[in-house]
Ligand binder design. Structure first.
Ligand code: HDE
Length: 757
């Protein structure tokens, strides 16, 4: 097989390059041979083991039988788009080697023209995202309330999930403070079902007609197009303080939910109330929830900011790496259920108001299935960029409600795909293709890739045998339930129940732990201090006073302004502990453990702890003064990060296996917040001290053995400080202590909240 032959040859060359003796840069020894371009032609390499493309269904949903790992390229030789072989792609066709380029060079024109059109418009919101393939398995527990086939026990349905930020452009940073999108495409046997949700259960506006307003306010200012991917600016705060129905969602954004640690550690919410229907035609109102198996965890703000610069791809990398390493993220899908009453209220909460949630304590979440993401896309553009979600993609057994936000979305998603994907046939793109047979009467249009047969794409017809026939009323997808619509007037208004903008924000605030409250105060203080207009800050304080007096006072103190009093009566809701992220024990799968070594000390300890981290389903990254391999005893250990490339934000915990002396390139760290003189006096590389002090400040677990304890001492970290493991003398014992700490995500007792005690 020519493909594997080339792969073997490349692997062989790589092996040659790292043979013992070649591996430590700067060490004397043979110079590694350059990686030659293969001289024999071969077919394209298949996707890597962790990658998968969309299933190979035809443009109209028929199974093509083409193997799943099929790649877009074929043959062994470079060709034009029409398949003509090329003998040169490095030189334009010219009138002499120094002469002008000829217009007749079709290959040049085709290559450049295609390149000129490689980009499509980015999504107007949720432009930055990352996605993965996986599958959903129903528990069967929902079959009593929904006839949807994919919810039946043990039915396995392929899915494609795209996570996103909302505000930033396609190239913006992952770790900004923002809501995250959580959109799932289920390729069910009855057609595509899209659950297009967020990681926050409520929304800024109650009516879709306000969506352009909130997005215009939150996007960069139209004059200079700054700031990118952030809400910390005047127009955002201008809008959300004037339009107080945004208060609840804004509070969630200012909480730790706005800076998730990982896409794998986020909840997902359908936000709106949906209506399920069972085989008997009975309806149940539901809210959808995705619960991550790894728990809900966040970054701390300084960490999020540093990461946005050091690794803007942090979340996207985290998702892809976890899947590649076999730590497949999982979420349980659950529903809160409510009786389908005429008023569509539950315990005084209006189920049609998307700025309200229903506390889990009032309506527990009932699990209905499990989703596992087990493959990375093979091509970002073809899949992650071109995937087109639409809240109107529904299957029998799932229906919408009259939530005015949802009703507007039913229009928007189809409309936006037409401009973004260049026409009405985006459903035929491989990632969007349904796995159910399609027999529509839609024809032609830009990018039509199906070859329809027959002469009668209309109904009724006799020429195509009357085809296609209609489904029975009980098997159709859209459930037009004949619910009573109360006789009414045509109005542009919201029901009175939509007027309460503060009570649930207060519920959220009161449900937070002191540490979480402190983070919220800090977030408001940061964002509002970034605003220019004094009136906006003052108006924001008025809004905060209507949530909670202490919240308002703390933020006012940070802004240097007086705290106003509330203008509405403050309610006293029962707190909902389920809204807090803190507490509980969680699996440490896929957590990233940095192992700092001086390179010339205790290599066997490093090797054994590295293996133990792997065995525990976590990811070890060895950090040493220089790259290459560490080798004292013929069993080399690969270095993944150097002191110059490692930053604390990448790690969930750091283990110190030694006290590295300053490296020759350490002066690059001069600007770091570490006392260089102190480091020099102690003989420790300042970048290692920066790594440790930062990790400590961010509440991360630290462990040290042997000389590693000297680093802690020089950094001023007590050996018995919270979240520090130094008592065990062997690396295995230290790792055990650190893994126990990771079950709580951070060493929370290192923070001393001043708020809400
Ligand atoms: Fe969206 N939203 N949205 N949205 N939304 C889009 O569709 C819109 C809303 C959400 O990964 C757009 O394909 C309106 C709520 C996600 O491809 C657009 C309103 C929720 C994604 C659009 C809302 C969401 C989008 C832009 C107010 C959570 C990314 C590109 C009525 C329940 C999907 C696109 C992906 C994307 C419109 C409000 C979630 C313009 C008009 C509420 C996760 O159609």
């Amino acid at each position: 097989n020519p493909v594997t032959a080339v792969a073997d040859k490349v692997a062989e060359t790589v092996r040659d390059a790292v043979r013992p003796g070649n591996e430590i840069p700067g060490a004397p020894g043979p110079v590694p041979p350059p990686l030659d371009e293969p001289t024999e032609p071969s077919g394209p390499l298949p996707p890597k083991h962790d990658q998968r493309g969309p299933d190979t269904y035809g443009p109209t949903g028929q199974e093509t039988g083409v193997p799943r790992k099929k790649v877009a390229q074929g043959g062994e030789r470079l060709t034009t788009a029409q398949g003509a072989r090329l003998y040169d792609t490095d030189h334009s066709l010219k009138a002499g080697s120094r002469g002008p380029v000829l217009l007749q060079d079709h290959h040049l024109r085709e290559k450049i023209t295609h390149f000129d059109h490689e980009r499509i418009p980015e999504r107007v919101v949720h432009a930055r995202g990352a996605a993965a393939h996986g599958f959903f398995r129903g528990y069967g527990t929902a079959s009593g309330i929904s006839k949807a086939a994919f919810l039946v026990k043990d039915v396995e349905t392929p899915v494609f999930v795209r996570f996103s930020t909302v505000l930033g452009s396609r190239g913006s940073a992952d770790t900004v403070r923002d809501t995250r999108g959580f959109a799932t495409k289920f390729y069910t046997a009855e057609g595509v079902f899209d659950l297009v949700g967020n990681n926050i259960p409520v929304f800024f506006v109650q009516d879709a007609i306000k969506f352009p307003d909130v997005i215009h306010a939150a996007k960069p200012h139209p004059d200079r197009e700054i700031p990118q991917a952030q809400s910390a600016h005047d127009t955002f705060w201008d809008f959300v303080t004037l339009h107080t129905e945004a208060t609840h969602h804004t509070l969630w954004n200012m909480s730790d939910r706005g800076i998730p640690r990982s896409y794998r550690m986020m909840e997902g919410f359908g936000v709106h109330t949906f209506r399920l229907e069972n085989a008997e035609g009975a309806g149940t109102l539901v809210k959808f929830h995705w619960k991550p198996k790894l728990g809900v965890h966040s970054l701390v703000w300084e960490e999020a900011q540093i990461t946005a610069g050091v690794d803007p791809d942090f979340h996207r990398r985290d998702l892809a790496d976890a899947i590649e390493s076999g730590a497949f993220p999982q979420w349980e899908l659950g529903v809160q259920t409510f009786p389908d009453t005429d008023d569509q209220m539950f315990e005084g909460i209006d189920l049609l108001d998307p700025t309200k949630l229903v506390p889990e304590e009032l309506a527990p979440i009932q699990p209905i299935g499990l989703m596992t993401l087990d493959a990375n896309p093979s091509n970002y553009f073809a899949e992650t960029e071109q995937v087109a979600f639409h809240v109107g993609h529904l299957v029998p057994g799932i229906d919408v409600t009259n939530d005015p936000l949802l009703q507007g979305r039913l229009f928007s998603y189809l409309d936006t795909q037409i401009s973004r994907l260049g026409g009405p046939n985006f459903g035929q793109l491989p990632v969007n293709r349904t796995h159910a047979p399609v027999n529509d009467m839609l024809r032609d249009g830009m990018h039509q890739s199906a070859v329809h047969t027959g002469v009668a794409p209309y109904r009724p017809n006799s020429l195509d045998g009357g085809c296609p026939f209609l489904a029975g009323a009980d098997t159709g997808a859209y459930i037009e339930v004949p619910v009573e619509v109360p006789a009414s007037r045509k109005v542009r208004e919201a029901p009175a129940s939509f007027d309460d903008h503060f009570s649930q924000a207060r519920l959220f605030w009161l449900s937070m732990t002191p540490t979480e409250r402190e983070h919220i105060v800090a977030a408001y203080t940061f964002e509002l201090n970034k605003c220019w207009e004094q009136t906006i800050k003052e108006r924001a304080l008025l809004v905060l006073a209507n949530i909670d007096g202490e919240l308002c006072e703390q933020v006012a103190a940070g802004l240097g302004l007086p705290a106003p009093g509330a203008t509405v009566p403050l309610t006293e809701p029962q707190p909902s502990p389920a809204l807090s992220q803190l507490g509980g024990r969680w699996p440490s799968d896929g957590r990233i453990i940095g192992i700092v070594t001086a390179g010339d000390q205790d290599l066997s300890g490093v090797r054994s702890v590295r293996q133990a981290v792997l065995d525990a389903g976590m990811v070890p990254l060895v950090i040493a003064p220089t790259g290459g391999k560490l080798d004292q005893d013929g069993e080399p250990v690969t270095v993944q990060r150097t002191f110059a490339t490692a930053r604390s934000t990448e790690f969930d915990a750091v283990l110190l296996a030694g006290a590295p002396a300053p490296g020759a390139d350490a002066s690059g760290a001069r600007d770091a917040k570490v006392d260089d003189d102190l480091a020099a006096a102690a003989g420790i590389d300042p970048r290692v001290l920066l790594l440790i002090t930062e990790a400590y400040r961010h509440g991360k677990a630290l462990g040290a053995w042997a000389d590693g304890a000297d680093v802690l001492e020089t950094a001023g970290i007590a050996p018995d400080a919270p979240g520090v493991v130094t008592t065990a003398t062997d690396p295995a014992g230290v790792l055990e202590g650190v893994t126990e700490l990771l079950a709580h995500h951070r060493a929370w007792d290192r923070f001393e909240p001043a708020v809400g005690r």
